[in-house]
Design a protein around this ligand. Sequence first.
Ligand SMILES: CC(C)(COP(=O)(O)OP(=O)(O)OC[C@H]1O[C@@H](n2cnc3c(N)ncnc32)[C@H](O)[C@@H]1OP(=O)(O)O)[C@@H](O)C(=O)NCCC(=O)NCCS
Length: 214
Amino acid sequence: MIMEEIKVKDLTYSDLDAVAAIHIVAFPKSFITKLGDEIARAYYQWQLDSPDEVYAIGAFKENKLLGFCFGGVFTMALGGFLSSNKLLVLKSVLSHPWILLNPYFFKKSLRGFELLMRFFKKDKIAHRNQEVSEDDPFGILAIATHPENHGMGIGKVLMNESEKYAVKHDFKKMLLSVSPLNLNAVQFYDRIGWDKVYDGKIWKGVMEKEILTE
Ligand SMILES: CC(C)(COP(=O)(O)OP(=O)(O)OC[C@H]1O[C@@H](n2cnc3c(N)ncnc32)[C@H](O)[C@@H]1OP(=O)(O)O)[C@@H](O)C(=O)NCCC(=O)NCCS
């Protein structure tokens, strides 16, 4: 693929079906995927609507979405979604009741978000256009490219654009949480300059990237 054909644009509601479709193929084991495309769409719509500061971008080729990245200052990504969409989540769980058979399912799915949240101020709810504190890291909540397009440089383009946004908005650091078992993603982040953040001697999946400004 020729990278010049790729355009990065802000995501809007009209992209949410395509975002959900990529989520489902890129994260086949995730909590949201197991609950179906309606939940996946609602989850990303919640991010677009959220009072948190969200920078949501997609990589497009001829108006087809090939990958997306949601970054920003997140205080209530999954918790806020669950509390705002209780009925929809309940309906999805009831139509996928086998999901409840695994007692570790929710715990495992929430762990990544909990790790990330620990690094954010508990009382911080940043709003669009609101000045952020210089200590707030810019979080990467989700990045995915369609499996057909892995390894073509699209993930890197999305991360570079997110970093440009973080620089422009005076963030000093970027932060994310990845499952340590997701070796592809860990190698990707490592390759594009992210460092592991250790909790003592243990690495639980948090990674950071310092933003170097002149
Ligand atoms: C992780 C992911 C977003 C990477 O996107 P991508 O478009 O395939 O990555 P790119 O092609 O832009 O790769 C950028 C660099 O990382 C390297 N890289 C990507 N995947 C890699 C892997 N599995 N192992 C080693 N290096 C890898 C590329 O070789 C490239 O290096 P280069 O700049 O030296 O050429 C994509 O694989 C994906 O969507 N995975 C499933 C969803 C996921 O796990 N998201 C992360 C959740 S935390």
